[in-house]
Design a protein around this ligand. Structure first.
Ligand code: BMP
Length: 229
C-alpha cells in the first residue's frame, strides 16, 4: 500500500493538544493533510475549547468525511437537541450502542436519515477497561447492531480480534478503528484485521509536522500491510 493509499484510510481525530493556539494548530493540521487523509473526527475536546460556532464554521468548509464524535448515550429527545446543533455540517454521527434501540437509537437513526447523515455505533472501545464490561456484552451489542443497521461501527485497533469479529459479521458496514499510535496499536494493523479506516489523533495532531508524521505512519503500515493483504 502506497503512502497515499494508507493516508486515504486515515481519519484524523482533531483533539487539540494542551497549550496550542487552536486556530493556528487547526490550520496547520488541516492545510497539511486535506486531500490526503480520508477525513476528520471532531468531539468534545475541540468543541469545548474552541466553541460551537468556530467548530461549525470549520466543519462547514472542511473537505473529506466529517465525523461528529460526541459518543451520544442518552434518551432520544436529548440526543436530538444535541445533534440538531451540528447536523447540517457533518457526514456521520457516533453514538453508543449500549443505550439500546427503542426510545434511543431507532429514533436517532430515523432523524439522521431525514438529514442525509449517517449513524456510526461504538461496538466496543480501545482502552483496557472496555474489556471489563463492553467486550463481555458483545452478543447483546450485536443484537442492537443487527436491529439498528447503522452505516458504520467503531471497533478497537488495540484488540484486533474484535475488529475481525465485527468485519466477519458485518461485511457491509464501514469500520473505524481508533487506538493506532498513542494507544499502542501499530499503523495498518486494524486495516489488516478488517477495518476500513484507522482513526488517529495524537500521533498526527500533536506533531509539529503532521504531514511528516503521516508519512512515518504510512511507512510502518506498509510493512504490516504487505504481510496481510
Ligand atoms: P489518539 O490516537 O490520540 O489516541 O486518539 C484517538 C481518538 O479516538 C480520540 O478522540 C478518542 O476519544 C477516540 N476513541 C478512542 O480512542 N477509542 C475508542 O474506543 C473510541 C474513540 O472514539
Amino acid at each position: 500500500m502506497s503512502i497515499e493509499e494508507y493516508a486515504s484510510r486515515i481519519i484524523v481525530s482533531l483533539d487539540p493538544p494542551g497549550g496550542v493556539e487552536i486556530g493556528e494548530w487547526l490550520e496547520r493540521v488541516y492545510t497539511s493533510l486535506k486531500g490526503l487523509v480520508a477525513g476528520w473526527k471532531v468531539g468534545w475536546p475541540l468543541i469545548l475549547r474552541w466553541g460551537v460556532e468556530r467548530v461549525r464554521s470549520f466543519l462547514a468548509s472542511a473537505s473529506g468525511v466529517r465525523l461528529l464524535d460526541l459518543k451520544l448515550a442518552d434518551i432520544y429527545n436529548t440526543m436530538r437537541s444535541v445533534v440538531d446543533v451540528f447536523v447540517d455540517v457533518v457526514d456521520a454521527v457516533i453514538a453508543h450502542s449500549f443505550i439500546g434501540v427503542e426510545g434511543a437509537l431507532a429514533e436517532l437513526k430515523k432523524l439522521l436519515e431525514e438529514y442525509g447523515v449517517k449513524l456510526v455505533l461504538v461496538y466496543t472501545m480501545s482502552h483496557p477497561g472496555a474489556s471489563e464490561v463492553m467486550d463481555q456484552c458483545l452478543d447483546r451489542i450485536d443484537e442492537v447492531v443487527e436491529r439498528v443497521k447503522p452505516w458504520g461501527l467503531v471497533a478497537p485497533a488495540t484488540r484486533p480480534s474484535l475488529v475481525s469479529r465485527a468485519r466477519r459479521r458485518y461485511g457491509d458496514l464501514v469500520i473505524f478503528s481508533p487506538g493506532v499510535g498513542a494507544q499502542g496499536a501499530a499503523p495498518g494493523s486494524a486495516i489488516c484485521a478488517g477495518a476500513d479506516y484507522e482513526i488517529i489523533g495524537r500521533s498526527i495532531v500533536a506533531s509539529p509536522d503532521p504531514l511528516r508524521s503521516v508519512y512515518g505512519l504510512s511507512a510502518s503500515a506498509a510493512k504490516i500491510l504487505s504481510s496481510c493483504t
